[in-house]
Write a protein that binds this ligand. Structure first.
Ligand code: PMP
Length: 498
């Protein structure tokens, strides 16, 4: 354990983990788990390195906007670095990359400019160049920036060498996107021991390197789309061009072997890593493991093999990696639910205690709470008695927002209403006045409309419009929506018990 001055100091020093359940007998297979980086991918290393190199060279000025074309992980790493260092960030990204990536970037404060999927990686790169030139942004150029390779020689490779001190590393396996990992790590490993084999994996349906076809470039060095490129599953691997850093790694003779990997194998092995080893990583990790297992099968006992696992699996919830992972209970889970009597969806819950009034008992209403309810209902055109964080209340708030209806909300469980249990006393008054025991309860023009469902039904059948118009309350008449869609899935009456 250590103390750090900023999150940026926690980048790198990722663990090498033995994959005992996968390796061929006698072969030592290790994975370098880059998901341990603060933003969950290998690209955190490069993001910090490129920004700090540009700060040192003066290319990046304080407060200047940073821009990059990225399939996501670079952008997410850059967003962390830029947040901590105070640079605005713009990311260009093809629309085909997972929505988690876009949302994470925006969450971290970056702006995301999407480019058409049909324009592929070359399109998002060209857009980044266009925006950088027009607005004077600092363009990271991860595909050719030597700082991207240098950080991997200085950190990733150094860590692997330190972890194998006194032992021979026979083989290192990686894919390539920018080629930064490939060039940087391979160079340092070969320098330490020229006998270490470097194996490079690529999608079997997009063999840019395997094709042997050289990369063509337009004026200014902008790469042309490579003829061997086909859409593939391994986000972050093989864009539709061979980057400068990758070309340099090949030209320097750093690559000993190319291994094609099928998308289905990448998915299978990413899932197996989760279920057999408890290692939760993305699709390119499964793909790299596929190539490493291919090497392991051909390796003599005692061999030491390291493969890169570039990122976390959390970035793939909306992708084919999670295909078949349901939200609702499956048959087996339903059977398990039904194997004991309680807490089931197919039986009626045990009767709850009857309210006092319904049991015929006299209810003492509090005078202050009565004045509060009557006063606000008389004074305000639209009133909601609510709970601060209740999903039904939030859905009503969303409906009012969509319809542009101004309203007054009394949050009965908020700190202000907890004093002397005023909120609880108001609830008792509401229950008495309306006969309804649930929250929210909505009043329009002094009249009780009902709770969430009654309000939603009133919008569906036109009664809400009529009431708003009768009370001269402004609302957006052109909105077309089913308010029930505003409820979270598990509260949706059509699916709640499914
Ligand atoms: N896998 C994933 C998930 C990535 O995001 C990347 C980076 N594009 C890579 C692999 C390849 O790394 P590099 O860019 O260093 O070649």
């Amino acid at each position: 354990m250590a103390r750090y001055d900023s999150i940026l100091e926690t980048i790198g020093r990722t663990p090498l983990v033995r994959l005992d359940t996968f390796a061929s007998p006698g072969v030592n297979l290790y994975a370098k788990v880059e998901a341990f980086n603060p933003m969950g991918s290998v690209k955190d290393r490069m993001a910090l390195a490129i920004i700090e190199q540009a700060e040192r060279s003066g290319e990046l000025r304080p407060g200047q906007t940073v821009i990059e074309a990225t399939s996501g992980n670079t952008g997410i790493g850059l967003a962390m670095v830029c947040a901590r260092k105070g640079y605005p960030l713009v990311v260009t990204m093809a629309e085909s990359f997972s929505v988690e990536r876009r949302k994470l970037l925006r969450y971290l404060g970056a702006r995301v400019v999407l480019t058409p999927a049909s324009e592929k990686g070359t399109g998002m790169l060209a857009k980044a160049i266009e925006l950088a030139e027009t607005h004077g942004y600092f363009l990271c150029r991860q595909f050719e920036n030597e700082a991207n390779a240098e950080v991997h020689s200085r950190t990733t490779a150094r860590e692997i060498l330190d972890d194998f001190r006194g032992e021979v590393l026979d083989c290192w396996v990686s894919g390539f996107g920018t080629g930064g990992t490939l060039k940087g790590v391979a160079r340092a490993l070969k320098q330490a021991d020229p006998a270490t084999r470097v194996v490079v994996a690529e999608p079997d349906n997009a063999r840019l390197l395997g094709s042997g076809l050289v990369q063509l470039r337009h004026a200014g060095g902008v790469p042309a789309s490579h003829p061997s490129f086909r859409p593939h599953l391994m986000q972050g691997w093989s864009p539709d061009f061979i980057s400068r850093l990758t070309e340099e790694a090949l030209a320097a003779g750093l690559v000993d072997e190319l291994v094609p990997v099928a998308g289905s194998e990448a998915l299978r092995l990413a899932r197996e890593l989760a279920r057999r080893e408890g290692i939760f990583v993305g699709i390119s990790s499964g793909a790299t493991l596929a190539a490493a297992l291919d090497v392991a099968r051909r390796s003599p006992p005692g061999s030491n093999i390291v493969c890169m696992l570039p990122d976390t699996g959390e970035r793939y919830l909306s992708t084919p990696l999670f295909e078949g992972i349901g939200e609702q209970m499956n048959d087996e889970e339903l059977a398990l639910s039904r194997s004991t009597p309680g807490y089931r969806f197919d039986t009626v819950p045990a009767a709850t205690r009857q309210p006092q009034a319904e049991r015929g008992e006299r209810v003492e209403l509090d005078a202050e709470a009565e004045r509060c309810v009557d006063g606000i209902v008389a004074a305000e055109p639209v009133v909601m008695f609510a709970l601060e964080w209740c999903e039904f209340c939030w859905s009503v708030r969303k409906l009012f927002a969509r319809l542009g209806i101004e309203y007054r909300s009394l949050d009965l469980d908020s700190v202000a209403y907890q004093a002397d249990d005023l909120g609880g006393r108001i609830r008792a008054v509401l229950a008495e006045r309306t006969g309804a025991r649930t929250i929210p309860q909505i009043f329009i023009g002094g009249e009780h409309v009902g709770g969430c469902s009654e309000l939603f039904d009133a919008w569906r059948d036109g009664r809400l419009r009529a009431r708003l118009e009768a009370c001269s309350i402004d609302y957006r008449g052109d909105v077309d929506l089913d308010p029930y869609d505003l409820l979270p899935g598990w509260l949706h009456p059509r699916t709640a018990t499914a």
